[in-house]
Design a protein around this ligand. Structure first.
Ligand code: HEC
Ligand code: HEC
Ligand code: HEC
Ligand code: HEC
Ligand code: HEC
Length: 390
């Protein structure tokens, strides 16, 4: 798709959160880590070197399936991760609506190998390589040489080259941090994960992204889409007191704001069993975009590392209550971005692109889940904890 109007282009940029930052040129050099290993797009790997005697031909195959037979555990964990599906229907449905430079920007994080980018420009939606997303070679292979956290002298693919970067948070920053000198709202880039981490005690204590997201070097990269991961970090304690229900919620395990992005939200609801007493609290960074004022931050109610909040619901002594904590990992995509894109681009998108966006709208509607449900007793003369119910 080509030739969308300038007005439409501006409006598009308003809809796509991540896109804005990617598309705006940086005003000054960045003070963020800029390691030559992460030159993107990742340069063409070139021809495979001659195979060492006796080596299997598969080692010339740099796709994830080429690594699979010898690195099955990494492959399986990665296959279930969002890195393996970094090119979602939601991305495919909108990518073609941008100008070429912006499309290249998007690919720099979602499908960053030059081989992928080239195929995208030749084959568009028919490209299969682009669908591999952030694959093994994206992180591990440069010019056919395997890189990793340590040197391994002898492998079927020759010596594995040690890069200390693999053990550092800076390894993840290029794709999980927008440039400081680029687009910010209220002093904060829309994607600020690395800086949030650097300002936390986890950075001081040497707890890297990998320590939490790759425990024992596993390749699952679990985050807010995984119930167990967020349960390990969002602590909720609630008690029945004389006045009602007192709830405390704290970020006790995420090394950055919880959630770190502007798209997810966590909804805490306290309600009485009999009356219609109710409190709802949203943990999220809430943004608004309008043609007149651009981006505004309405509120930043995320929980930064070790931060706690308290909510109190007043109840009559004889009334018990309930609490639910619900996670909506793709809230903003589902509620705002995809409906707006479908609406705005209705005349510009191909049928295929539209059906991708429709699919994205459905998929992002399926990701919410209940994290905790608690039952709180009536007042019985002393404080009592609210108990988790299945
Ligand atoms: C024919 C089998 C084979 C294939 C195919 C293969 N590897 Fe390996 N690889 C090995 C062996 C054997 C080792 C050394 C033992 C080990 O550490 O697992 C190794 C080691 C590694 C290491 C270092 C591991 C460490 O312990 O620090 C990395 C990284 C790596 N391979 C990446 C890859 C990637 C990426 C691919 C696909 C592009 C790939 N390998 C394809 C067999 C293979
Ligand atoms: C997003 C980047 C990323 C992707 C994608 C990725 N890896 Fe890794 N891999 C890492 C990092 C970082 C480490 C080092 C972790 C550490 O030391 O804590 C690592 C470690 C490894 C190791 C050494 C593990 C060990 O136990 O010593 C192997 C082997 C490996 N990766 C293979 C693969 C294969 C095969 C794939 C694809 C199926 C893959 N990786 C995909 C980043 C990645
Ligand atoms: C600096 C790296 C970076 C750039 C550049 C970037 N993205 Fe992303 N994008 C991400 C990350 C990281 C996520 C995951 C956010 C999350 O977990 O919610 C993401 C998520 C998304 C999603 C949601 C995926 C889904 O679940 O459907 C879409 C769509 C998307 N990006 C589109 C784009 C488009 C379009 C562009 C270019 C205009 C772009 N991105 C540029 C890093 C980037
Ligand atoms: C080449 C770019 C790139 C690199 C490097 C990278 N990521 Fe990602 N990561 C992405 C993209 C793109 C997504 C979003 C995929 C989607 O939803 O479309 C993502 C998703 C994730 C998610 C899932 C978020 C969720 O919403 O549940 C986690 C966790 C994550 N990355 C952690 C890491 C860690 C830890 C590292 C470093 C070891 C790393 N990433 C390195 C591009 C990258
Ligand atoms: C102390 C453990 C810890 C550290 C360190 C950590 N994370 Fe996380 N991360 C979590 C937990 C727990 C979640 C799930 C809760 C949440 O979404 O904040 C998460 C969620 C995420 C997500 C999902 C998206 C979202 O909106 O929350 C991404 C992406 C991510 N982390 C990337 C990173 C990167 C990149 C780093 C390093 C700069 C990092 N994390 C450091 C524990 C950690």
């Amino acid at each position: 798709m080509t030739g969308i109007s300038p007005t439409l282009a501006t409006a598009l940029l308003g809809v796509i959160l991540v896109a804005v930052c990617a598309a705006l040129p940086a005003q000054e050099p960045s003070s963020l880590p800029d390691h030559p290993y992460w030159e993107r797009p990742i340069p063409l790997q070139g021809n495979a070197p001659p195979l060492p005697p006796g080596a299997e031909e598969i080692i010339a195959n740099l796709s994830a399936d080429g690594c699979r037979p010898c690195h099955q555990p990494q492959w399986e964990a990665w296959k279930g991760s969002l890195h393996a599906t970094a090119v979602t229907p939601g991305l495919l449905g909108q990518l073609g609506a941008f100008d070429a430079a912006t499309q290249d920007d998007c690919l720099a994080c979602h499908a960053p190998r030059q081989e992928m980018v080239d195929q995208w420009w030749k084959q568009g939606l028919d490209s299969t390589l682009v669908r591999s997303g952030v694959d093994c070679a994206t992180c591990h292979v440069r010019a056919h040489v395997r890189h990793g956290p340590r040197t391994v002298a002898e492998t079927p693919h020759g010596q594995v080259s040690e890069q200390p970067l693999f053990r550092q948070a800076e390894f993840c920053a290029p794709c999980h941090q927008f440039d400081e000198s680029g687009f910010s709202v209220n002093g904060k880039p829309l994607e600020n994960t690395y800086v949030e981490w650097r300002q936390s005690r986890y950075a001081r204590e040497g707890v890297t992204c990998q320590a939490c997201h790759m425990p024992e070097k596993q390749h699952g990269f679990k985050g807010i889409h995984d119930r167990q991961t967020i349960r390990s970090a969002l602590t909720v304690e609630a008690r029945r007191t004389r006045e009602g229900i007192r709830l405390r919620a704290g970020n006790t395990g995420a090394g950055h704001a919880l959630p770190t992005y502007v798209t997810p939200r966590v909804l805490i609801r306290l309600e009485g069993r009999a009356t219609d007493a109710v409190i709802e609290h949203v943990i999220a960074r809430r943004m608004r975009w309008s043609r007149e004022s651009g981006w505004e931050e309405l509120a930043d109610d995320r929980l930064f590392p070790d931060q706690w909040i308290t909510l109190v619901l007043a109840l009559p002594e004889e009334e018990g209550g309930r609490i639910s904590v619900r996670v909506e990992p793709d809230y903003d995509y589902h509620e705002r971005v995809y409906p707006a894109l479908l609406n705005m681009l209705v005349d510009d998108l191909s049928e295929r692109e539209k059906s991708y966006l429709q699919q994205a709208l459905e998929l992002t509607g399926d990701t919410p889940y209940t994290l905790y449900q608690l039952d709180c007793p009536e007042w019985s003369g002393h404080e009592a904890p609210c108990e988790e119910t299945p």
